[in-house]
Design a protein around this ligand. Structure first.
Ligand code: UDX
Ligand code: UDX
Length: 428
């Protein structure tokens, strides 16, 4: 099938590359010139496992190209995925201006086109597609939804760090359809995927995404609450949650306690659904508590550190800046809050991350960055580990021996006790 992707950030590019890998012809549209030029040069604009090799493969085979010409992208495709950002506004609700703007442009392009299916991939609150995307498409194309063009919502469940494998091996595919014809077109694109395909109404699909993320985030905050209790009693939260997660009704995934969830989705999506609930006159007690626990969780590592030393003038080494392993994304990363607090307490911060230094330095030029963990650890008074990078699993006694003072606290469970002695975790 011929596909266009409108907005080729993390989600758009991973989706485009995944679809091209399955033999579809993909045209990526983006408003940012450097994004388009880089994709055509086979250079991903972010770090993500597999993307570099797969992008090179599909661009070389002529299956994927990028353009700044939206009309070209739409005219030369049958289905357009909208994957522009939906960031949070100050009050937590979503900023729909990009989705609105992209729908207007797409509507104008549809004018010149026969039947075409528009698929909303961006995470949008229930009713956004019907109240914002659909009217803009109809108004600016002069066409009728369901007759002249189709409309679907197809939420993504891609985790950064495993986006392409999540795309190629999904647990399920959700198709929210305006009408049967639109859903049939999208389902045919996913032919051959070995997973259940659920067809729903448009707003049900929009809600499935929020309910999924809210539930996953709830599991994490629950584990953190248990973990904070465990820490007080000298119990390892990981041993507890292993015992809990083996119950089939619970499942072992997303029970890892630590410094809380970050990233571009969970915080934004939970705030958005809270704001929607409040507008509807509901009080979403569980989700609000999940956010509250998560707000405080990064600071637990600072409290633990402060219980051991006064931070003023001390050199603290921070290993890991990305919000999780295998990404260079720092959006809502717990490291931001933790480093901010260290600076506020008068500490001198040295940081290392295998992939995220460039992005972090752009925002926080005032701290020291090192080329490797050893340089970071040298002469430090304490070390905080904030991301579960594979590289940190191999750190050993020799790496930590250069510290001035031996205090090591993990915010994510990553060190191997066989290689390193004398360290503790925030919840273990
Ligand atoms: C996506 C989804 O769109 C968001 O709704 C979801 O909740 C998380 O994932 P993401 O892929 O992370 O967002 O966004 P980002 O990496 O910022 O990429 C967005 C791209 O869209 C950028 O390359 C940007 O240049 C482009 N863009 C933005 C457009 O092409 N048009 C616009 O109007 C705005
Ligand atoms: C998430 C959803 O998982 C994905 O389905 C959705 O489409 C986009 O948002 P992402 O944010 O990329 O994906 O990564 P994820 O693996 O979910 O991790 C989010 C945050 O939760 C990270 O900071 C991670 O470290 C944290 N986390 C995850 C925990 O603290 N404990 C866990 O057990 C799992």
């Amino acid at each position: 099938m011929k596909i266009s992707i409108i907005g080729t950030g993390y989600v758009g590019l991973s989706t485009g590359v995944g679809l091209a890998k399955r033999g579809n012809r993909v045209i990526c549209f983006d408003i940012a010139r450097d994004v388009v030029e880089k994709i055509n040069r086979k250079e991903p604009i972010f770090y993500e496992p597999l993307i570099s090799e797969m992008l090179t493969d599909v661009v070389s085979k002529g299956l994927l190209k990028a353009t700044m010409d939206l009309d070209f992208a739409v005219i030369n495709s049958d289905v357009s995925f909208l994957s522009v950002p939906t960031p949070s506004k100050i009050d937590g609700s979503i900023d729909t201006s990009y989705i609105r703007g992209a729908s207007v442009s797409l509507g104008k392009a549809l004018k010149k086109k026969g039947y075409h299916v528009v698929v909303v991939k961006s995470t949008v609150l229930p009713e956004t597609t019907e109240n914002i995307v659909l009217p803009a498409l109809e108004k600016f194309s002069g066409k009728k939804c369901g007759k002249d063009f189709g409309l679907c919502v197809n939420p993504e469940f891609l985790r950064e760090g495993s986006a392409l494998s999540d795309f190629l091996k999904p647990d399920r595919i959700i198709i929210g359809e305006f009408d049967k014809k639109s859903g049939d077109v999208l389902e045919s694109l996913y032919k051959g995927f070995n997973c259940p395909i659920i067809r729903t109404s448009i707003k049900t699909a929009e809600m499935i995404k929020y309910a999924s993320n809210a539930f996953l985030a709830t599991k994490i905050s629950f584990s953190n609450e248990m973990g904070n209790l465990c820490k007080r009693m000298g119990i390892d939260a990981y041993e507890v949650m292993r015992g809990v997660g083996l119950d089939k009704r619970i499942s072992p995934h997303f029970l890892n306690a630590g410094i809380g969830f970050g990233g571009s989705c969970f915080p934004k999506d939970l705030n958005a659904i809270i704001s929607k609930a409040r507008n509807l006159g509901e009080t979403p007690i569980i989700i609000e508590s999940v956010m509250k626990t998560n707000y405080n969780q990064p600071l637990r590592i600072i409290e633990l550190l402060k219980s051991k030393m006064d931070l003023k003038g001390k050199k603290i080494s921070v290993l890991g800046l990305a919000f999780k392993a295998d990404t260079d994304d720092i959006r809502e990363a717990p490291s931001i809050k933790i480093i901010g607090k260290l600076i506020e307490e008068g500490a001198i911060v040295s940081a290392y991350d295998p992939k995220a230094i460039k992005r972090f330095r752009e925002k926080y030029p005032q701290i020291n960055y090192t080329k490797n963990p050893r340089e970071c650890l040298k002469d430090s008074d304490a070390c905080l580990i904030l991301t579960d990078w594979e590289e940190f699993k191999n750190l050993n006694e020799r790496d930590f021996n250069t510290m001035r003072n031996r205090i090591i606290i993990e915010g994510r469970k990553v060190l191997n006790p066989k290689n390193v002695s004398k360290f503790e975790g925030v919840c273990w």
